[in-house]
Design a protein around this ligand. Structure first.
Ligand SMILES: Cc1cc2nc3c(=O)[nH]c(=O)nc-3n(C[C@H](O)[C@H](O)[C@H](O)COP(=O)(O)O)c2cc1C
Length: 176
């Protein structure tokens, strides 16, 4: 798939089949994250790959619901996707958030190009950086001195969603 087509077709997937990703698909998506540029070429992004489900995801989901007072709904935060990758970046580095955002978008577009659904997930940020941060980081193998920044759910989507709309006139300024 051509890159512009993948960008245009991508939308958030919030329903997944339990079909796992192939090793090749997963490696291609991780590689796309690793190939993302980083500020000062620090390459400080770390990827915690939870492929095929793990109790840690349910623990995070439970804690997030406690933190935000949300009752258990029909879906967890990753919509039961068969694979979730959590990205962490160096604490205090000026470009950490930007770098994590670029890496996750590379992965999202790569997944789309492979015909896979995906969802960028930020709602667990406060929970993963909250009271139980050290516990969660340990379980996710996040090295010391790194913060969770953003996650992505991956799988074969079973829903469909039109691309979101944008307002070019309001959002873009051509400066003379
Ligand atoms: C930084 C970021 C965090 C997001 N966090 C969540 C999230 O926690 N849960 C969720 O369902 N969607 C999340 N989304 C998806 C957005 O809601 C979605 O991208 C937006 O509504 C536009 O829809 P589209 O992705 O289908 O084009 C996030 C997207 C971004 C870029």
């Amino acid at each position: 798939m051509e890159v512009f087509e993948a960008i245009a077709k991508r939308s958030s997937a919030r329903a997944y089949a339990q079909t796992p990703l192939t090793e090749e698909e997963l490696e291609k998506i991780i590689t796309a994250g690793l190939q993302a540029p980083t500020g000062r070429n620090e390459k400080e992004i770390r990827f915690s790959v939870v492929n095929g489900g793990s109790p840690i995801l349910e623990e995070i989901d439970e804690q997030m619901r406690k933190d935000f007072n949300i009752n258990k709904g029909p879906h967890n935060f990753y919509y039961e996707a068969p694979c979730v990758v959590l990205l962490s970046a160096k604490t205090g580095f000026k470009w950490s958030v930007v770098d994590a955002g670029i890496a996750v978008e590379n992965m999202s577009i790569a997944a789309e190009a492979l015909g896979l659904g995906n969802l960028i997930i930020g709602c667990i940020y406060d929970t993963l950086n909250g009271e139980r941060k050290d516990n969660f980081n340990k379980a996710l193998k996040v090295p010391e001195g790194y913060n969770f920044e953003i996650a992505i759910a991956l799988g074969h989507r079973t829903d469909s969603k039109a691309q979101h709309e944008y307002n070019k006139a309001e959002q873009v300024f051509y400066v003379d």
